[in-house]
Design a protein around this ligand. Structure first.
Ligand SMILES: *Cc1c(COP(=O)(O)O)cnc(C)c1O
Length: 368
């Protein structure tokens, strides 16, 4: 590895390739737009780093979305100029900021909607809402069909400054429920019941997140769905391939790369010596005995990336075997060219480490 080029950098660092992020956003936007679907680019997974969020704007997302108001405010102050969509059902305590900084929000509670109306009057503003239906994933959203219709009628008829922009759903988060023609079809038919009552078309029928992309790829997305809110599928593009079996070869997976430095290389037994009790995080681990193997210890740990099994070594032959708060242990016995002390190893990642690493102020972010 190229040590010299980085001699003035202290590791670990997070390398972010802005061009690759841009190209990933562009692919997903094109895939969706071709089927009449707008994309809300979800920036919460990388803590809404402004430079990265800009790629979402430049590559054609219609909305910039986050579940946290502080991220939306940060981007607004950075000068990013797109409609902002607030993803998490708003707290009472953030309604003032919501009305000031976000144009659209997802909602499910009448009392909250009434408060948004009051705040809009105070600020002399309007605000668009997408009412959320729970189709079985059991996180947010109205579960009962009559209740969502009542809620829609309430917004339409009684809240002057709150515009009933559309309806939406979220799947694949808590209940890990798969979006299908059936459940999203139900979303569309509820939308049509509401439309017949309000005598106009809804602007938005938002059919979920990354986990809804397979329906688009297969050409099976119900026709009335015209919006998705996508984060993971754009950023690390690992889930659709690994968990769903889709060919995502055209998507870059090395948009975010963790680089860490080796501080020790030793031959050691693979099974710990002595009585196994609980590890640094209170769980009782089990170990396979594979005899003596060469291992490298890297100066990066759970405090930085959260979960080591969600990291993917870039170098062939490197295998992650464990971690503690400040260390990552890898097996390097099978490497063709064995890494040396002081070398830098790179790791691709799934969503959770991206979340932790981008949030961590002690990890420098290096843009390429
Ligand atoms: C996080 C979030 C998304 C985006 O999910 P991905 O799996 O990253 O695409 C969409 N909608 C809501 C409500 C969310 O909270």
């Amino acid at each position: 590895m190229n040590k010299k080029a980085y001699s003035d950098i202290t590791y670990p660092i997070l390398e972010i390739n802005l061009k690759k992020v841009y190209e990933n956003v562009e692919s997903i936007v094109e895939l969706c737009n071709n089927q009449g679907i707008s994309v809300a680019g979800v920036v919460k997974g990388f803590n809404a780093i402004p430079e990265v969020s800009m790629q979402f704007v430049n590559a054609g997302c219609t909305y910039i979305a986050s579940s946290r108001m502080d991220q939306i405010i940060k981007l607004k102050e950075y000068g990013l100029n797109k409609p902002f969509m607030m993803l998490r059902i708003p707290m009472f305590s953030e309604i003032k900021k919501l009305v000031e900084f976000a144009q659209v929000s997802l909602n499910s509670e009448m009392e909250t909607l009434n408060m948004i109306q009051k705040e809009c009057e105070l600020q002399g503003k309007k605000h668009k809402v997408i009412l959320m239906i729970d189709l079985g994933d059991l996180r947010e959203g109205v579960y009962d069909q009559d209740e969502i219709i009542n809620l829609a009628m309430h917004v339409e008829n009684h809240l002057k400054n709150v515009e009933l922009y559309g309806i939406g759903t979220n799947l694949g988060c808590y209940g890990a429920i798969v979006p299908t023609i059936e459940n999203l079809g139900r979303l569309c038919s509820i939308a049509e019941i509401i439309e017949s009552k309000i005598k106009r078309r809804l602007d938005i029928i938002s059919g979920g997140a990354t986990s809804s992309l397979p329906l688009i790829i297969d050409g099976k997305m119900p026709k009335r769905i015209n919006n998705l809110r996508v984060g993971e599928g754009i950023l690390v593009a690992e889930d659709l391939e690994k968990f769903w079996g889709y060919d995502m070869k055209h998507m870059h997976k090395d948009t975010f790369v963790l680089k860490a430095q080796i501080v020790e290389i030793k031959d050691k037994p693979t099974h710990p010596i002595g009585e196994v009790f609980i590890d640094a995080f209170g769980s009782k681990p089990t170990y396979e005995d594979n005899g003596i193997r060469k291992r490298a210890l890297l100066a990066v740990g759970k405090q930085d990336f959260g979960l080591h099994d969600k990291l993917i070594p870039q170098k062939q032959g490197v295998k992650i075997i464990g971690s503690s708060s400040d260390h990552l242990i890898v097996d390097i016995e099978d490497c063709d060219i064995e890494p040396k002390l002081g070398d830098i190893l790179g790791f691709l990642m799934y969503y959770p480490p991206m979340m932790y690493l981008t949030e961590n102020p002690s990890i420098p972010k290096v843009f390429i």
